[in-house]
Each structure stands twice: as structure tokens, then as C-alpha cells.
Design a protein around this ligand. Structure first.
Ligand code: ATP
Length: 221
């Protein structure tokens, strides 16, 4: 079933979401206060409108009630971001994703009832930092304040050994949930699976455990 999206705030973040959703063939309503920004998205989004999202009557008139997922990507104006989220929540929207500018903003958005709060600069910073530490750390995704998923190259420390031999669960408290091998993905690999150097392991665990796992089995000596 096709979903309807709306993106409020067409800065770099909102703009990029709008482009990507449209490229994927989704129905997207793009909204911004700024006429130039809206003009930029006229040929990209399904509809592009100049409006103030803090005006409840405007959102109602535009039919926001029927939209499946709204992305609030207003940055600097934290007050407008919070007010918009609150109005959308009161209108009964099913799914609201909001971009937070800082931790304080994030806390309030969670209290207001945003379904998903994203912090792109902070999260991207963390992912890049992990990748800079080692070329073998391909990706890093935060699941909660203290749990993450990492995507790591097996390399020579794990290549040629089995999961039971490495004893990752007992030794580090982390779980290898999948192994990517060429074009295949081995989900929930068996303990007897022999890892190849070129394999990519998807590992889940508490941050402190992941750090120990990375230090001992991923980082180059
Ligand atoms: P980015 O980093 O993604 O470029 P930013 O964090 O700098 O964005 P801003 O440029 O402050 O974010 O805001 C994003 C957009 O939100 C702007 O184009 C701005 O015009 C729009 N915006 C701000 N307030 C409102 C509002 N009340 N209604 C609609 N759009 C708004």
C-alpha cells in the first residue's frame, strides 16, 4: 500500500528526505514558510506549499489528518518545531518523526509524544567517529542510550575461526545476528559457522561490550 508523507521544513535535512521519498515514488507534501525553498521543491514533491506549520487551521485545511507519516525538519526555530509537533499530535497523526537540535529539544519532543526523534548531526558524528577509529568498522547505529549495532569487517582476527571458537557471546556479551558474505546474508548464524576474512558481521550489544569486542577483535594492532 502506498503511503502519504509530509515534510515540514525544507532545509538540508528535510529537503534530502523529501527528494529521497519522491525518488522512491512516494506521495510527498512539502511545506515551508520560505517561498524560495518551496519553489525549489515544486517539481520534486507531489505538492509543495508555502505555509506556517504552527497554524493549526492551515494544517487542517491541507488535509494533514490523512497523512500517514509527517517529518518535522524545522531546525533553528525550536519553538516552532515543538508547537508543530504538539499540533500534529493533537490532530491524531499516526506517525511523527522530528529532527532535534539538541538534547534538551529531544527530551521535550519525547514528552510531547513524537514517535521518533532524530538527531542527524550527532548520530552521523558518532558513526563517522567509529569508522575513523578503524576501517574495519563499517557502520554504527545507536539503538538506545546504551545499546548499539555495529557492522564490522571480519578481518584477520576473526577470519578462519568459528563463532564458537571466538566465543563472542560469552566473552563480550555481544550477539552476531547476521553475517554478510558476498551477496548472501546468513541470518542467526550457527555457532559452528566458519567466518571468512572478507565477511561482514552485524553485531548487537551494550555499548561497553561492543567497545571491548571492537578493541579485541576488530581494531588493527
Ligand atoms: P538543515 O540543517 O537541515 O539545513 P536547519 O537545522 O538549519 O536545517 P532551518 O534552516 O532552521 O534548519 O529550518 C529548516 C526549514 O524550516 C527552513 O527552510 C525554514 O524556513 C523552515 N521553517 C521554520 N519554521 C517554520 C514554520 N513555522 N513552518 C514551516 N516551515 C518552517
Amino acid at each position: 500500500m502506498k503511503k502519504d508523507f509530509a515534510v515540514i521544513g525544507l532545509g538540508r535535512f528535510g529537503g534530502s528526505i523529501c527528494r529521497e521519498l519522491s525518488r522512491e515514488g512516494m506521495e510527498v507534501l512539502a511545506l515551508d514558510l520560505d517561498e524560495d525553498k518551496v519553489n525549489e521543491y515544486r517539481d520534486i514533491a507531489s505538492h509543495a506549499v508555502i505555509a506556517d506549520s504552527t497554524d493549526e487551521s492551515v494544517l487542517k485545511e491541507l488535509g494533514f489528518r490523512n497523512i500517514d507519516h509527517v517529518i518535522v525538519a524545522i531546525g533553528d526555530n525550536i519553538q516552532a518545531s515543538m508547537l508543530t509537533t504538539l499540533i500534529l499530535k493533537e490532530m491524531g497523526l499516526k506517525m511523527i518523526t522530528v529532527k532535534a537540535q539538541n538534547d534538551y529539544h529531544e527530551k521535550i519532543l519525547n514528552k510531547i509524544g513524537a514517535d521518533q526523534v532524530v538527531h542527524p548531526e550527532r548520530d552521523m558524528g558518532k558513526r563517522i567517529a567509529h569508522n575513523i577509529i578503524s576501517n574495519n568498522i563499517l557502520d554504527y547505529i545507536e539503538l538506545s542510550d546504551d545499546h548499539s549495532v555495529v557492522e564490522v569487517k571480519a578481518g584477520d582476527k576473526m577470519g578462519g575461526r568459528t563463532l564458537v571458537d571466538l566465543d563472542i557471546r560469552a566473552e563480550y556479551g555481544c550477539n552476531v545476528v547476521a553475517i554478510k558474505r558476498d551477496r548472501d546474508v546468513i541470518v542467526s548464524p550457527m555457532a559452528t559457522e566458519e567466518i571468512k576474512e572478507s565477511d561482514v558481521l552485524i553485531v548487537i550489544g551494550a555499548d561497553k561490550d561492543i567497545s571491548r569486542f571492537e578493541k579485541n577483535l576488530v581494531l588493527e594492532d
